[in-house]
Design a protein around this ligand. Structure first.
Ligand code: LLP
Length: 460
């Protein structure tokens, strides 16, 4: 799809596959103009870099809306009961993103007071917000209770806190009970959560005792169950297995007298970061989950629950690209060439954390043939600060603009100020227009919370 603002643009084909947004490496509106320059959302990336500086996070509105609609359409066509897709805002939490997903009729999953405030201020209806976390603070719980968000009950300690808060403030809690389903899947072990040895949720063996206890709590409404098996998952089988484990738990909850109308199967659908990645599309994932839940409920004679899911990465990853300016270069004869960019592990910690792979091109010469193999390093004082290892590019010059694809999820949200490097600005683009959604930090901003005790003040 090409932005309607620039009919002369040609779609940019890197990893292009229009069957589903999470199968594209590039945003849906990525296109090359007559001048050979890459644009997204009808905006030349070169112009965005000039106007907003680099590094710059660029979000494509059309890709975001397309993926929200893909989830909604798939749920409506494959699941006969009620359903709701909740955006897992840990993937990218901002006022703009909240407002956009709310306008597309999605709900939101938050994991902290910060994400809750962002969701509420961004205009998300609190009845469509769920609060997660294995160690929520009393303040976070109270905030959720007072705005009538749903709390994903994670553990016994939290149960005690909630009871105290509800009784103390005359509140009722709408709860989904989270448990570990005991399902293994193939993803990086840091982002696997469904296996039994996980910090999240109740052990399945404790469900009977827990649900019996909750049946006697007049402050709690057990509205359903939650489980999440992990992230960046390409297999469909674990999601099918999850449906039957969850249906057993649903049957138990209803036997014990709970309304248990909601079944929240979490998120986890993977995306393409490099051409060899081959995740299912959004429609295929939803169809698998929806059919599995339906079959599992029919088999047990259960009325269909409302089906909730919590996609994060597959909603936002490929909508985002990051622009960097190339600076220095180091050629190590017959070993390696490093080119360094003006960001790195502080704006994208995924390569150093999970050994994640990415795809990149030069904004000014996106279609030029590869002439050299380079390793793209960041500017941080750490050898492991490498964004892309051994990638083929046209010969790279200082001042070139490097575009890294599929950086919309878990980049901005996991960014840091390591080495006191300010976080990048973020813009949203569409129809040839770019709007700032996050101001660039400045180095001076980073001193805002520092305090110098009297006895350490320099003597003048
Ligand atoms: N629901 C729950 C309870 C979750 O813990 C997560 C992700 C999601 C939904 C969304 O999963 P998704 O659809 O995005 O796979 N920082 C890591 C990913 C951590 C995922 C944490 N939980 C990364 O950069 O790959």
């Amino acid at each position: 799809m090409v932005s309607s603002a620039s009919p002369s643009l040609e779609p940019f084909e890197a990893g292009h596959d229009t069957s589903s947004p999470n199968r594209n490496l590039a945003p849906l509106t990525a296109a090359v103009g007559p001048d050979g320059q890459l644009s997204v959302g009808g905006c030349r990336l070169h112009d965005l870099a000039e106007r907003f500086g680099t590094p710059l996070y660029v979000l494509d509105e059309q890709t975001l809306r397309t993926s929200c609609r893909a989830y909604r359409a798939a749920l409506a066509s494959h699941y006969p009961g009620d359903s709701l897709a909740l955006f897992a805002s840990k993937a990218h939490s901002s006022l703009a993103m909240t407002a956009l997903v709310a306008s597309e009729g999605l709900g939101l999953d938050a994991v902290s007071a910060g994400e809750l405030h962002t969701a509420c201020d961004g205009g998300m209806d609190p009845s469509r917000i769920v609060l997660h976390g294995n160690n929520k603070s009393p303040e976070e719980l109270l905030l959720a209770l007072q705005c009538h968000a749903t709390v994903i009950l994670d553990n016994w300690f939290e149960l005690g806190l909630l009871e105290e808060l509800c009784n103390g403030h005359g509140l009722r809690a709408r709860l989904l009970v989270r448990f570990t389903p005991g399902i293994e899947c193939h993803t990086h072990h840091y982002i696997r959560t469904g296996h039994l040895d996980s910090k999240f949720g109740f052990d399945p063996d404790q469900l009977q005792e827990l649900l019996s206890h909750l049946a006697g709590c007049n402050w709690a409404d057990v509205a359903g169950l939650h489980a999440h098996i992990g992230s960046q998952i390409f297999e469909l089988e674990p999601h099918r297995d999850l449906a039957s484990v969850m249906a057993d738990a649903l049957a138990l909850a209803r036997r014990l007298g709970h309304s248990a109308t909601d079944l929240n199967v979490g998120g986890g659908l993977g995306v393409r970061y490099v051409a060899s990645d081959d995740p299912p599309g959004i429609d295929q994932w939803v169809r698998t989950v929806a059919q599995a839940v339906q079959e599992a409920c029919e088999k047990r004679g259960l009325a269909l629950p409302r089906l909730l899911c919590e996609p994060g990465r597959s909603l936002v990853a490929t909508a985002g690209v990051t622009l960097y300016r190339v600076g220095s270069r180091k050629d190590i004869p017959s070993l390696r060439t490093y080119i360094a960019v003006d960001g790195g592990m502080s704006d994208n910690p995924r390569p150093i954390t999970y050994q994640s792979l990415y795809t990149a091109c030069l904004a000014g010469r996106p279609r030029a043939a590869a002439e050299e193999t380079v390793t793209v390093a960041g500017k941080h004082c750490e050898s492991g600060d490498v964004l892309l290892r051994d990638i083929a590019l046209p010969s790279v010059r200082s001042g070139d603009l490097l575009v890294v694809f599929a950086t919309g999820a878990y980049n901005d949200s996991m960014s840091s100020n390591y080495n006191r490097i300010p976080r990048p600005a973020a813009v949203i683009v569409g129809n040839g227009k770019a709007d700032l959604v996050r101001e660039r930090e400045t180095s001076r901003d980073l001193l805002r919370f520092d305090r110098l005790p009297q006895h350490l003040q320099p003597v003048s």
